[in-house]
Design a protein around this ligand. Structure first.
Ligand SMILES: Cc1ncc(COP(=O)(O)O)c(C=O)c1O
Length: 434
């Protein structure tokens, strides 16, 4: 490293120290965000270092992050994307690839998914001309059970695509077994659950494909970013092709002829020997991330264990602090799981002497941020009116969640003092109304 660069990066560390607020927590004044990025001096240095090197497109940092992250999850391949939503789009679209032969998903095929959650878990189903089959969730875990999924399987069902709700694993082992037994693909949206385990195994490792988001609210951040993971090498190739314009070639940027046959292919109705770099085997996108994002991701990855531990700690402190409180259904981990939580979810009881809006207003007044379980029942939103879908059973709990469920933060930027203030505030509110 040049002396000048050393000096610059040392300055960056000094600048970082200067920027750290170190301000004391003031109850009712300091914001208690529901989520946020936790960035340290190493992250700032990683970003500046990548900028100094002017690694502005996808390159070696992306590849290094992909290898390290795949290894971390015990999977063979990870492909970085520009968001978790793009990762979901790639994972679902990969299942429609002609490479899969008879198993490929075709327009009109059904994919089982959950009605109450984040829209871009579901959207790729619709965007690929497939039909979402919505199942309900349980209150408390906020996941669909294997039973819900089993009941939804019909003659046109070809895949299951679901998210681990706010970090709480769905019954991934049982649902993977169901998928196997019925010849269905399983996509795990692991965007909110990196580090969670179900029956001792990491979420994101049960499905044919899984996805992650690196938006600042998530367990690791790159600012924007996402990832598709799989151990199925055929699917990995498809994901890469779809991410990189649909190309058939798998050379890195700046690389040529890795396959040693660059000018010897004959594909489609192209002339023999057409440059493989420009042969397209999928109707693809460009959903790549950049090295600047990946440099931040590599730095963040060093803190994954610490971040997951903090999320568990904060969740437990809230759970114990609020235990026994009337009128609020407190969250519970899916049996057999150890969630790396995304948020602390509460559902207001039907007989509660207060409304969701009143509780939210009270907390927001105290600078305690709240969020909804994302969209709640998606089928109630304007975007989904008129979209072909099937509902299996009823969506009673999804509707309850839409009306009466909120969550507060557990992210690693929160201190015990903040968490205790959340606990006392909720207790005070309930006592005053009860
Ligand atoms: C479960 C789930 N899936 C997908 C996404 C989309 O991720 P991104 O914001 O990176 O597109 C989110 C975003 O929070 C999410 O919670």
């Amino acid at each position: 490293m040049s002396h000048r660069k050393d000096r610059l990066l040392a300055e960056v560390r000094a600048y970082h120290r200067e920027q750290e607020s170190g301000g004391r927590f003031e109850p009712g004044v300091t914001e208690i965000w529901p989520s946020g990025a936790v960035l340290d001096a190493n992250d700032r240095v990683a970003l500046v270092e990548a900028a100094l090197t002017m690694r502005i497109a996808a390159g070696s940092d992306c590849r290094k992050f992909e290898s390290a992250f795949a290894r971390r999850l015990g999977l063979r391949k990870a492909h970085l994307t520009n968001s978790g939503s793009s990762a979901n789009l790639l994972a679902l679209t990969a299942l429609t690839s002609p490479v899969l032969g008879e198993r490929r998903l075709r327009p009109g095929d059904e994919v089982i998914t959950v009605a109450a959650g984040f829209p871009t878990t579901v959207n790729p189903i619709i965007q690929n001309g497939l039909v979402p089959v919505f199942v309900d969730i349980e209150l408390g875990t906020y996941n669909a059970t294997a039973e819900h999924v089993a009941r939804a399987i019909g003659p046109r069902t070809r895949a299951i695509s679901m998210a681990h709700a706010l970090g709480n694993p769905f019954q991934a082992a049982e649902i993977a077994e169901l998928a196997e037994a019925h010849g269905l693909f399983l996509v795990e949206d692991n965007c909110d659950a990196v580090g969670s385990t179900y029956r001792g195994r990491l979420t994101g490792t049960f499905g044919d494909l899984s996805t992650v988001s690196f938006y600042p609210a998530h367990h690791l951040t790159m600012g924007e970013g996402g990832c598709v993971l799989t151990s199925n090498m055929a699917l990995a190739r498809v994901v890469e092709s779809l991410r990189d314009w649909g190309r058939d070639c798998w050379c890195e940027p700046g690389e040529s002829n890795r396959c040693l046959k660059r000018f010897s292919y004959q594909m489609g109705t192209l002339p023999e020997g057409y440059d493989h770099k420009y042969i397209f085997s999928h109707v693809g996108y460009n959903l790549k991330a950049t090295d600047i994002q990946a440099a931040l991701g590599r730095s963040q990855l060093n803190r994954l264990d610490e971040f997951c531990a903090a999320r568990r700690h904060n969740w437990r402190r809230l759970r114990e602090g609020l235990d026994g409180l009337p009128h609020l259904l407190l969250p519970r981990a899916t049996e057999g799981s150890d969630p790396s939580w995304f948020g602390f979810v509460m559902t207001i009881g039907p007989e509660a002497p207060f409304t969701t809006a009143e509780l939210v207003a009270f907390l927001e007044e105290r600078r305690i941020g709240t969020r909804r379980l994302f969209a709640g029942n998606l089928t109630a939103h304007p975007a989904y009116q008129g979209v072909e879908h099937r509902v299996s059973g009823t969506l009673t709990n999804s509707d309850i969640v839409t009306g009466r469920t909120i969550w507060t933060g557990v992210y690693p930027g929160l201190t015990d003092e903040m968490i205790d203030y959340v606990v006392t505030s909720i207790k005070e509110f309930v006592a005053a109304r009860g």
